[in-house]
Design a protein around this ligand. Structure first.
Ligand code: NDP
Length: 325
């Protein structure tokens, strides 16, 4: 039977989600890849234990994570039941609905019908009574924002979620959503968006600044650009890497950028992964970086990022130059 390390809160830092009372670890663990039914259950368990033993109290899921869709939630449910349930009050579990999940018109996007049914399904798969954060996964141009926000508020009011979150929203839509959520007295605390040295969308679409201004948290997903901002691809494409399995490719220009960023990281005494995560945490606007991992050792590597999150203006400028398309 798993027993959590007694030192689990000694090194992790925790930050408030904006002006709310909810704190998240500087590094959180995502279940998008490597937690579906095609992955090793033993490895999943070890990743959960390694994370929690080092203060990673937040596990992020979505209805569609797998493959098959739903299996990451089901597998977490099994791990919780057998090993982690006694720590439920120390864990922040999140899930989302917004992408295609089941056939027909009610299994996708942002209707009240879809969101509330999906949350019920997620709770059943994870075998828990509530999630800590329930997100709308992406903006829906064809459903009134009032309806989607009303569904989040009902999720909270029913006790099936403690807090609400929004994912992949932009600044102007976030502002409108917050107005509605405030009227509904819904505890909306966090935005989940892609953010990395290579992806500055939230700096450009107003999300980062609007979120700061409104006192909301941000959790940054794909902070390592799915593994590209690590030493994984510096000397070729490993057989067991994500790039090998998902059919993306890396250009020569991209490789040169990574090599130059890797040199800068080495000068700072960090790995490229550590520097890339530290860069996201540099200005205190992002609450948590949401990493993925394919093995426990990667989680341990990434935890070291917290040791140095300050950058000189020259380093920041160099990173900007090296990340241009
Ligand atoms: P990352 O950018 O952190 O990529 C994770 C991958 O990077 C790992 O699977 C591994 O690749 C590689 N990696 C991680 N650490 C190291 C290391 N120290 N050294 C070498 N390689 C390393 O994040 P993800 O893209 O996985 O996203 C993280 C989470 O964000 C998801 O699990 C999910 O919870 C959330 N997310 C949310 C989305 C949304 O729309 N809201 C969309 C996408 C993600 P390999 O497998 O090749 O070993």
């Amino acid at each position: 039977m798993y027993k959590a390390s007694e030192k689990r809160y000694e090194t992790m830092e925790y930050f408030h989600c904006g002006h709310s009372g909810l704190m998240l670890p500087a590094i959180s663990l995502g279940f998008w890849h490597n937690f579906g039914d095609t992955s090793s259950f033993e490895n999943m368990k070890e990743m959960c234990f390694t994370a929690f033993d080092h203060g990673i109290t937040h596990f992020d899921l979505a209805n569609n994570y797998g493959p098959d869709a739903g299996s990451a939630e089901k597998n977490l449910g099994l791990i919780l039941k057998d090993q982690l349930l006694s720590y439920r009050d120390e864990l922040i579990l999140s899930t989302k609905a917004g992408y295609d999940m089941w056939s027909g018109p009610y299994g996708n996007w942002g209707s009240r019908k879809y969101l509330l049914a999906s949350l019920d399904q997620s709770l059943l798969r994870m075998n828990i009574d509530y999630v800590d954060i329930f997100y709308h996964h992406r903006m829906d141009p064809d459903t009134p924002l009032e309806e989607t926000m009303g569904a989040l508020e009902q999720a909270v009011r029913s006790g099936k979620a403690l807090y609400a979150g929004l994912s992949n929203y932009d600044g102007p839509t976030l502002e409108k959503a917050v107005e509605i959520l405030n009227q509904l007295h819904c505890p909306f605390v966090i935005n989940q968006n892609r953010y990395s040295i290579f992806d500055r969308t939230i700096e450009q679409n107003g999300l980062k600044e609007t979120s700061r201004k409104l006192g909301k948290g941000i959790i940054a997903f794909s902070p390592l650009a799915q593994g590209i901002l690590t030493d994984r691809y510096l000397h070729g494409i490993p057989e067991d890497s994500r790039i090998k399995t998902d059919g993306r490719f890396l250009t020569e220009k991209g490789l040169n950028q990574i090599r130059a960023l890797n040199e800068l990281a080495a000068k700072r005494g960090q790995t490229l992964a550590e520097m890339s995560l530290a860069w996201i945490l540099r200005d205190g606007v992002v609450t948590s970086v949401l990493i993925g991992a394919s093995r426990p050792a990667q989680i341990l590597d990434n935890l070291k990022a917290m040791q140095n999150c300050s950058f000189s203006p020259e380093e920041l400028q160099l990173i900007d130059n090296l990340s241009k398309d």
